[in-house]
Design a binder for this molecule. Structure first.
Ligand code: URC
Length: 387
């Protein structure tokens, strides 16, 4: 097979995973990222089994195992701390033949970057636009550079500059209606069990604690708020104390113990599913292709699936890049659209968009044996390219 010259715009989780998959097939890969330093947004990520399968197939199992946490059970409590349900995740892991791996984003990035080789990544340059030129694509950077390649992968994130060019129209991000504060805190029994994903829900709000490896919990707070609320780090603790006044003791401890200096406060956005993910020699990948609400924990996993499928499509189509990208589009467009929509639906129920639906969900949780939650996750996972 011909060695392809590939440019990847964006060295986040999707761009790096694509680089690993494509380098394994012998292609020449160059990555560019606008950030002067690779610093992942957000503190941790739950890589669910479909994402872990991709990382495993790329030979990263041991590195991921060493850096991730163990998440064996899941629980929901109400705002008063009354347990609604607790169940084991082992039946899920058995059914899909792979556990989930919650991991610090810095650790995941280190593992991916080590596998790519930092010498293939150029930082501090932004890929502004591209132009199709016969058998090649010309990539134009904001520093005036022009680079030609056989294939351009636009993995430039939720604020992608290249997406509008691929779509042929301006794509606006949609506000999902809630703010998410996330960070990490030293794990401790008086917050949650060490191997449990514990969530507190009520009033359309949510508090979550998840093991992330290295005796730390990844935490996040979700609060439905109008778009454009003030984001001032000095106010984070007071805001959370106010939004969660009267909630259970572990929530109060978490607010006391968190370090606002390391908390990220994000207004959550997604984009409407795109009808097409490719333009002849240009492929959208990851958040650029399908920014989604984090409510299924599938944002990173779908980027990993994209990377795997794209590399497979190129291998199958030999040097015919446009044909490979057509196959990638066919394989991915409906899958990612359905996950964006389901994440949005889950987001709306969790965050009280239709208050009756949210109340009905709280009532369901009291009856939940784990089967329904596991069935949903199982469907998402088994729909991936590695089954
Ligand atoms: N589920 C996850 C979520 N991860 O698996 C995650 C969620 N991260 O609902 N929300 C979030 O911020």
């Amino acid at each position: 097979m011909k060695t392809l010259d590939i440019v990847i715009a964006g060295a986040g989780m999707g761009g790096l995973t694509a680089a690993i998959a494509l380098k394994r097939q012998g292609h020449r890969v160059r990555l560019f990222d606008r950030a002067p330093e690779l610093a992942p947004a957000g503190s941790a990520i739950s890589v669910w089994s479909n994402g872990v399968k991709v990382l495993g197939a790329l030979g990263l199992n041991d590195a991921i195992d060493a850096a991730s946490g163990t998440m064996s059970t899941m629980s929901y409590s109400d705002r008063d701390g009354r347990l609604l349900t607790r169940f084991s995740l082992e039946p899920l892991y058995d059914q899909v033949r792979q556990s989930a791996k919650p991991i610090a984003r810095t650790e995941l990035q280190r593992v991916l970057l080590d596998a790519v080789g930092a010498e293939h990544v150029t930082l501090g340059v932004s890929c502004a636009r591209y132009q199709l030129e016969g058998e090649r694509v010309a990539v134009f950077f904001d520093d005036g550079q022009r680079i030609e390649a056989d294939l351009l992968i636009a993995a430039d994130g939720t604020h992608s500059k290249l997406r509008d060019l691929v779509a042929g129209r301006a794509i606006e991000r949609r506000y999902c209606g809630y703010v998410n504060w996330n960070g990490r805190v030293t794990a401790s029994d008086d917050l949650a069990q060490a191997d449990e994903w514990a969530q507190f829900v009520g009033e359309g709000k949510r508090v979550s604690l998840m093991p992330m490896g290295g005796d730390q919990f990844y935490f996040f707070f979700d609060v439905p708020l109008a778009k454009g609320s003030v984001n001032d780090r000095d106010l984070y603790r007071d805001e959370l104390s106010e939004h969660f006044a009267g909630w259970a003791a572990p929530v109060q401890r978490l607010i006391e113990r968190l370090d606002p200096a390391t908390v990220a406060r994000v207004e959550i956005h997604d984009i409407e599913p795109l009808e097409r993910l490719v333009d002849q020699r240009v492929a959208l990948l990851g958040d650029a292709a399908h920014a989604m609400a984090p409510d299924l924990g599938q944002g990173g996993c779908q980027a990993m699936e994209d990377a795997w499928v794209l590399a497979e499509c190129l291998a199958a189509a030999g040097e015919d890049v446009p044909a490979a990208l057509e196959a990638y589009d066919r394989a991915r467009v409906e899958r990612v659209a359905s996950i964006v929509e389901r994440a949005r639906k889950r987001c709306d129920i969790t965050h009280g968009k239709q208050p009756e639906e949210t109340q009905a969900w709280y009532a369901e949780l009291l009856e939940e044996s784990g089967d329904r939650v596991i069935q949903g996750m199982r469907k998402t996972i088994l729909g991936g390219p590695l089954g």
